[in-house]
Ligand binder design. Structure first.
Ligand code: GLU
Length: 374
């Protein structure tokens, strides 16, 4: 790293099978291998966030289950045991190298709530600036109605966007993306560089999974799509390969590199949140002229531009703006609830010259800002 330059941030995601044994226990050897490589990167000046799965896998034996449980309450209980054990091991290993680890547990809804999103971001920034290694996992014990393999793939891509990472490294027991499923097709070849996720790539990714726990290629491609849209270079590779983490960072590893789209430095944090995390609540259909004003003239949305309101949504929510053919125009923060907006649909109000605007253009993100189906 060049002295005086801003340290590069890297998010490393590692799957359960790359951290635990087949018998539901943490593999000290696997953890040592991983932490030693992270220490090399830290010593070289990189800031690292580790997104670690393995809570369920590390905890189910101690819960008294012989195999990985399938019921949600048992998985959640196993995670509550395993998460503590994982953190204990990580802390011990990093401290032996002079580094401190911190635990961050997040749920999906933390990203869609703007205040919590900001809080997580602030916490991560402080930790990274102080040289600490944040270790992130989904808050499995309180995750409602799901907890499946692959959740952490998406989580890692969202975290990478949140901390403005330059690279995301997703490690599992798969070598990378193949032209077809390598288990079924011996002629499948490893794709080393991918610039765009095409429909062929999505088909090639299929939906494989292992018994210990990888999200399969499908969930990894979903994660890659999020990271690429955020302008982040992403690498998929096999955690068991020697020096894979360091090699992935220097661009020398066996696996698949996915080029990030153009960096989103033109988008402020608010717009990034609107585009990638907010989760729109409703919809406003706009006239063709209003669409044009939003997109090319960058003007606020006025009552005269509204054709229809599809609620319910609250004042201040993020809503989808669509055109009269049903195409998405973008996402924006609305100044009124869907109920408050109803009178605006009346002709007399629409014609008012001093009508308040419905959506501020500064809180609007369109497809030309972000190359993603947001
Ligand atoms: N959060 C889960 C765990 O730590 C794993 C989710 C995943 O494999 O993506 O066990």
């Amino acid at each position: 790293m060049i002295p005086g330059t801003k340290p590069q941030r890297i998010v490393i995601k590692i799957g359960s099978s790359s951290l635990t044994s087949r018998h539901g226990e943490i593999s000290r050897k696997k953890l040592e291998k991983l932490t030693e490589q992270i220490v090399i990167l830290k010593d070289a000046g990189y800031e690292i966030v580790l997104v670690s799965s393995g809570a369920v896998a590390a905890g189910y034996r101690k819960l008294g289950c012989l195999e990985r449980p399938t019921s949600l309450p048992e998985k959640q209980a196993a995670a509550s045991i395993g998460q503590g054990l994982l953190m204990e091991s990580y802390s011990e290993l990093f401290i032996s190298h002079g580094y401190v680890a911190a635990q961050i547990l997040i749920t999906r809804s933390d990203f869609s709530d703007e205040v919590r999103y900001k809080n997580v971001r602030n916490t991560l920034n402080v930790l990274l600036e102080r040289g600490i290694i944040p270790i992130v996992n989904e808050n499995d014990t309180i995750t409602i109605d799901r907890l499946k393999f692959g959740d952490n793939d998406t989580l890692s891509a969202k975290v990478a966007g949140l901390v403005d990472a330059t690279q995301l490294i997703i490690l599992s027991d798969i070598d990378g993306l193949y032209s077809a499923d390598p288990v079924k097709n011996p002629k499948a070849t490893l794709l080393e560089r991918v610039n765009e996720i095409t429909s062929e790539i999505e088909t090639a990714a299929g939906g494989s999974s292992s018994s210990i726990g990888t999200g399969g290629m499908k969930s990894k491609i979903e994660a890659v799509k999020i990271a690429m849209a955020s302008g982040i270079l992403t690498f998929l590779g096999n955690a068991s390969h020697k020096n894979i983490v360091v090699d992935a960072v220097i661009g020398n590893a066996r696996g698949t590199y996915f080029k990030g789209n153009s960096p989103l430095s033109h988008l402020d944090q608010k717009k990034k949140w609107i585009a990638f995390h907010s989760g729109p609540e409703g919809e406003i259909i706009v006239h063709p002229t209003a669409k044009q004003w939003l997109l090319s003239k960058r003007q606020n949305l006025l009552p005269s531009g509204v054709v229809k309101v599809n609620g319910p949504f609250n004042k201040g929510s993020v809503i989808r703006i669509t055109d009269t053919s049903g195409n998405e125009v973008g996402l924006g923060v609305v100044h009124f609830s869907s109920e408050e907006l109803q009178p605006f649909l009346e002709e007399s109000t629409q014609k008012m010259s001093d009508a308040p605007f419905i959506m501020d253009i500064n809180n609007f993100v369109c497809h030309t800002d972000v190359l993603i189906s947001i």
